[in-house]
Design a protein around this ligand. Sequence first.
Ligand SMILES: Cc1ncc(C[n+]2csc(CCOP(=O)(O)OP(=O)(O)O)c2C)c(N)n1
Length: 467
Amino acid sequence: MFKSVVYSVLAASLVNAGTIPLGKMADIAKIGTQEDIFPFLGGAGPYFSFPGDYGISRDLPEGCEMKQLQMIGRHGERYPTTSKAKSISKTWYKLSNYTRQFNGTLSFLNDDYEFFIRDANDLEMETTLDNSVDVLNPYTGEMNAKRHAREFLAQYGYMLENKTSFPVFASSSERVHDTAQYFIDGLGDQFNISLQTVSEDESAGANTLSAGYACPAWDEDANDDILEKYDTTYLDDIAKRLNKENKGLNLTSTDANTLFAWCAYELNARGYSDVCDIFTKDELVRYSYGQDLVSFYQDGPGYDMIKSVGANLFNASLKLMKQSEVQDNKVWLSFTHDTDILNYLTTIGIVDDKNNLTAEYVPFMGNTFHKSWYIPQGARVYTEKFQCSNDTYVRYVINDAVVPLESCSTGPGFSCEIKDFYDYAEKRVAGTDFLKVCNVSSVSNVTELTFYWDWNTTHYNGTLLKQ
Ligand SMILES: Cc1ncc(C[n+]2csc(CCOP(=O)(O)OP(=O)(O)O)c2C)c(N)n1
């Protein structure tokens, strides 16, 4: 199985590059051996299916008919952002200027290590077969989106049988747009798809897939008093260990923190990373929980304004759902950023908002919020609306797993009966006010999300941004 993946990646890159790519044999042995750590990288590393799968079948329950399908996806595996690349390069600069032999887990640097960021033009962008450091990289954003498209066809292809022309929506970040295009390419040329690029500039206001960018009132530091309580001595320990093994090396705890991001993005770009082997399993758990905390208190249930931010998209989702009988289009596919998806899941209430995460220690009992489980690279959240006899139901599928709503799951396949769902949803959005809470009017006078309804006449063609 693994060999065939490797060979098909190799064959494809031969076709694309037009030259014979040269890989080292050692790479074949390393690729595929680090998948256990993907869940500990805060969603920066390659895609993996939701580990909290309850075992509920993804199949449409017996005797039911799918009425509408919505999908909100994150772009796929990518290179670091410009700002993250700056910190990684700083740490690389220290390591590359070290003149002695490396010892311990840094020994791999003695063997002609090639830094994984080779071209500044790759920053912020998807990893692809062409721009991968190793020709055998199985974790490119490009292939992830294409594979997702094939899986989508296998699971829901019947929804498109009589409807080969439809729109796909992407926010105007270049990596998001590129992911949508790879997904479209993966569907194959029997479809006539119109890619709608919806501006994520703040001036788009409410008419956006990325409400976060139209939310000037959002404050990254709002919950810093909680976040700074998290014990980060594990980072000092990593730096001390590496400095002790390598006399004269002056890595700091900031470098140690950066190495986790290095590990994640190198996996996306190369297919494996020797940097990932620097950490003990306990350190990975501590880092991972640190990422969960930041995410929970900046873009999840721990920040009271987030329910309002996510309501912009959730209200649109509800409106589409209520129109399923009259809408010609039955499948709504959209791509955006991780934070936007988490905002949306927070409003839905499918991530736990009863237990605020503690920064005092790493909790285990009852802790279900793991950032990487919800929003890894290539994350995908499906909303299924289906009818069984005379009743209609809704359920969510997150990263390949059916995830029931805690208080509404008595329908077939642990779905929520539609009237109960609408009551539930009404309570979730009660009191939310995206425009007011975010102070949208200070950056835009657009007060409504309309692209799902006016795409055919407006044709969205937002300028692509590297953000
Ligand atoms: C509610 C909210 N408003 C504004 C921001 C600011 N902000 C930081 S990153 C980002 C977009 C996502 O970027 P990135 O973390 O690079 O995610 P990716 O593209 O990898 O999914 C936004 C809108 C935010 N995180 N949350």
